[in-house]
Design a protein around this ligand. Structure first.
Ligand SMILES: Cc1cc2nc3c(=O)[nH]c(=O)nc-3n(C[C@H](O)[C@H](O)[C@H](O)COP(=O)(O)OP(=O)(O)OC[C@H]3O[C@@H](n4cnc5c(N)ncnc54)[C@H](O)[C@@H]3O)c2cc1C
Length: 549
């Protein structure tokens, strides 16, 4: 590629990603000093387009950031009314009572929300304070300063040909420079990954762990709808094949979020997470709820699960990592949005103090200290052993011993110390010859759907005349290494059917990347056993367009 000259714009703080973390940082900076120049860059076609919406939100982050959010019309309309946990067998279920659960597991005081709508509302608040927000602006490169510090990002490059050369309508994009750059890209951020590698920020930490979360929005029979109801399940269909479970949240307008998470440290490369999700909906409890309803949207996204012991160092010269670019999900609660908001607020406060002291381009160590020792660290510390227990000893041990450990940590002590995660998720993948293939029932088109049909309900679009944003470090690896050793698991772990091994008579198998289908979940970047797939940002505006619901 040729050397490109770009215009540069100067800001006090440049924020990548209009998720809850990035927007909270922007809002807090302008609350502290209305004169600060703050810009937020978002790769989605609009704020919220890439936010895999339905969630139970702990409002603690919003309370701290905008205490009068109710008066300001925040879209938190559905308080949680009941909390249900079930252990599923193939045809039956056992209810786990709420009383033995530690208080942190209660959803009392939380809200069922569309996080896309919450982010849209936060963007309005930020713009009212004078933040510049540019959607459709993918940040594709980090700009480094003379002393090796992060000085800015490149955003908005368009119009390269599929081979990477400049096309007729080529736009080089802009450099956006800041005294500080915040990376709020969410889980497995591509720029965050570069920064973590360059400054060796994971040194001495446990590897980050992940799950793959898939979600559908359903409109169901009003007779069966129970606004404010929250259900979590574990057990069937995953059994001992993988960790994970489901969630079913009843929001407004007879809609239900139905989701399924598969921990990505599963060993059997024949496992097909998407089909596990589809199969789950045929459980009598779920089938009865969804029968007669219709699926109106589908999406998928990785979720960070490493927790306290996996958080990398989150500052380097000129840059701070926010929210799930660090990995701040409380795994047993399946909640990270509150910590994302708190982290954005904390980073903003550290940058405000630094800029006021005439600093720039250095490490915001006050931010790191606040995350580790403040509310976020405390939230994650209590639950730090649940995931390693689950990975090593299975679901029963994680429920019993993990539950006990959460209780003792709530009371202020732990007998287990801090357990390690061990291998990363790619290394956890076993050899195909050592595991049985799994027979998945064919989707029926009513409750369960084939992958490509469902992808059309993510409203994903990628301009085809651009380079594939999913890059192979070595193009031969999928067929020469992954296929014989792992039966090329990309064919199955991708929830959008991006990767195919095509076999034609008399020819060698071919590995095909249908990047147009990519829903930006990042699972390939995480789970490829050869770590040969690099997820990079496509042109701005491309990707899913999750609906405004
Ligand atoms: C299936 C599933 C269910 C979940 N359920 C819950 C729940 O019920 N409650 C809860 O609290 N949490 C839940 N979480 C976790 C929660 O989604 C995350 O903790 C939260 O999204 C983290 O916020 P963030 O701002 O760090 O990142 P994100 O919300 O991921 O936002 C990142 C934003 O940055 C943009 N971006 C990324 N890279 C670039 C780039 N290079 N250039 C420009 N823009 C970029 C993205 O498009 C996106 O808009 C769930 C997660 C999953 C996957």
């Amino acid at each position: 590629m040729s050397e490109v000259t770009r215009e540069a714009m100067e800001y006090d703080v440049v924020i990548v990603g209009a998720g809850p973390a990035g927007l909270s940082a922007a809002i807090r900076l302008k609350q502290l000093d209305a004169e600060l120049n703050v810009v937020v860059l978002e790769k989605g076609s609009e704020v919220g387009a890439h936010i895999l919406s339905g969630a139970v939100l702990d409002p603690v982050g919003l309370d701290a950031l905008i205490p009068d959010w109710k008066e300001k019309g925040a879209p938190l309309n559905v308080p949680v009314k009941d909390d249900n946990f079930f252990m599923l067998g193939e045809a039956g279920k056992v209810r786990i009572p709420n009383f033995p659960m530690p208080p942190l597991m209660s959803n009392h005081g939380n809200y069922i929300v569309s996080m896309g709508n919450v982010c849209r509302w936060m963007a309005e608040q930020a713009e009212a304070l004078g933040v510049e927000i540019f959607p459709g602006m993918a940040c594709s490169e980090i700009v480094y300063g003379e002393n090796g510090e992060v000085k800015g990002v490149v955003a908005g490059e368009f119009g390269r040909n599929p081979d990477g050369t400049e096309g007729p309508g080529y736009e080089p994009g802009m450099e956006l420079h800041g005294k500080y750059v915040f990376l709020g890209e969410g889980v497995r951020g591509s720029l965050a990954k570069e920064v973590i590698g360059k400054y060796d920020l994971s040194k001495g930490k446990e590897p980050q762990k992940f799950g793959l979360g898939m979600k559908e929005i359903w409109e169901i029979d009003p007779e069966k709808h129970r606004e404010g109801s929250v259900t979590h399940t574990m057990g069937w269909p995953l059994g001992s094949n993988a960790g994970g479970g489901s969630f079913i949240y009843h929001l407004e307008n007879n809609q239900v979020y139905v989701g399924f998470v598969v921990h990505l440290n599963y060993k059997n490369p024949h496992l097909y997470p998407y089909m596990e999700f589809q199969r789950f909906k045929h459980h009598p409890m779920v089938a009865e709820l969804l029968k007669g309803g219709k699926r109106v949207a589908y999406g998928a996204r990785a979720i960070s699960e490493g927790g306290y012991q996996s958080m990398p160092k989150m500052v380097a010269p000129g840059v701070a990592l926010l929210g799930c670019s660090v990995g701040m999900v409380n795994v047993p609660r399946i909640k990270g949005n509150h910590n994302a908001m708190l982290s954005g607020k904390a980073a903003a406060e550290a940058a405000f103090a630094a800029i006021r002291a005439d600093r720039s381009g250095d490490e915001l160590s006050a931010y790191e200290t606040e995350v580790r020792d403040g509310a976020i660290g405390k939230d994650l510390f209590k639950v730090r052993n649940v995931k390693p227990l689950w990975s090593k000893y299975g679901l029963a041990a994680s429920l019993a011993v993990g539950g006990f450990d959460m209780w003792t940590n709530t009371l202020g002590f732990s007998v287990l110390g801090t357990l390690k995660h061990g291998k990363n998720d790619a290394e956890a993948t076993g050899l195909a010859k050592d595991f049985k293939e799994i027979d998945y029932p064919k989707p029926d088109g009513k409750l369960s759907f084939d992958r490509l049909t469902n992808v059309s309900f993510s409203f994903t679009n990628h301009e085809e005349s651009q380079p594939a944003h999913l890059r192979l470090l070595d193009p031969s690896v999928p067929v020469t290494v992954n296929l014989p050793k792992f039966d090329e698991p990309a064919q199955r772990y991708c929830p959008a059917g991006v990767y195919e091994v095509v076999r034609e008579d008399g020819k060698d198998p071919r590995f095909v990347i249908n990047f147009q289908n990519c829903v930006h979940c990042k699972t390939c970047d995480i789970k490829d056993p050869s770590q040969n797939i690099l997820w990079t940002v496509p042109q701005g505006g491309d990707g899913p367009n999750y609906p405004n619901m």
